[in-house]
Design a protein. Structure first.
Length: 296
């Protein structure tokens, strides 16, 4: 199971429009606060989700701050509450846990807790970015327990978005391509990746991005797995891309460097056994794409 996946909650999407049911669940449920998109966690070596009493979370939240129903754990409901308006939230909640950046904390979170916090962060982030109607510009209202925003002026409905992106390990025989984006640190290399464009299939996106970034002509495309990536709202679709040759023509506007490596080198690279080289962290699907191929 990949990190950021494996959410154990029953999302009960059919109950979201039932305001009375949601209100009752909120009265009895747990609240997971987010402060400026940082998540509240407890523990030192291994972090876990920290929750706070509803009254405490409400006292820190702005009147219009989202409170999103995440789902049920057994009979207990979990909600995400945005407390970003309170400057002193970290101090007020210090007895419950510490606010941490989700990306930095992810290697230290249990799989199920990471998946729950992924859902919470993605939804709160969406609300922070979409307070106004994209059609007419009017302020929108939160509906369906946080899964819809409605415009009272033009009646448009807006829903949380997920942006699909392909992330692919280009391979040729027993070698794979590792590349460094122009924005990355000099020692950091990973796989090729890019967003799926409108009217494009996954396979077409893999072939287009591979050609645009590295001049690679791709034959067979094989699906590996997918991973939610809430930074802010992507779905990473992992694939293997079989290259017809090793010839490279790098787009220097995007890729600073790219090189072919064998399986042992690729594995040493991502496991940190090469001095001056760094690969994707173990919570990223790129790490698992490389590791699965290298060990296969």
């Amino acid at each position: 199971m990949l990190p950021f996946t494996g959410n154990p909650l029953n999302r009960w999407s059919e109950k979201r429009p039932d305001a009375a049911w949601i209100a009752e669940k909120l009265r009895q449920g747990r609240v997971l606060p987010l402060w400026r998109l940082q998540v509240l966690t407890c523990g030192e070596q291994i972090f876990s989700v920290a929750d706070v009493p509803r009254a405490v979370a409400d006292s820190l939240a702005a009147p219009d701050a989202p409170c999103v129903f995440l789902g049920l754990s057994g009979e207990e409901a979990l909600f995400a509450r945005d407390v970003s308006a309170a400057e002193n939230a970290p101090d007020v909640l210090k007895d419950y846990g510490a606010f941490r950046d989700l990306r930095a904390a992810s290697p230290f979170l249990r799989i199920k807790d990471l998946a729950i916090l992924t859902q919470a962060k993605a939804l709160v982030d969406w609300h922070q970015r979409h307070g106004f109607c994209a059609r007419c510009g009017a302020a929108t209202a939160i509906m369906d327990a946080g899964y819809r925003r409605h415009c009272p002026r033009c009646e448009a409905d807006h829903f949380p978005r997920t942006d699909p992106a392909v992330i692919m390990l280009a391979t040729y025989s027993d070698e794979c391509l590792l590349a460094r984006n122009v924005k990355w640190a000099p020692e950091f290399y990973s796989t090729l990746a890019g967003f799926v464009e409108p009217g494009e299939s996954i396979e077409e996106a893999v072939r287009r991005e591979s050609m645009e970034e590295a001049g690679l002509k791709i034959g067979k495309v094989r699906y590996f797995a997918s991973q939610p990536w809430p930074f802010p709202a992507s779905l990473m679709i992992g694939c293997y891309a079989d290259c017809e040759s090793k010839a490279l023509m790098i787009d220097l506007n995007e890729i600073a460097d790219a090189l072919w490596v064998d399986k042992k080198t690729a594995l040493d690279w991502i496991e940190g056994r090469l001095e001056g080289r760094r690969g994707p962290m173990s919570v990223a699907i790129a790490y698992h794409l490389i590791k699965t191929w290298a060990e296969g």
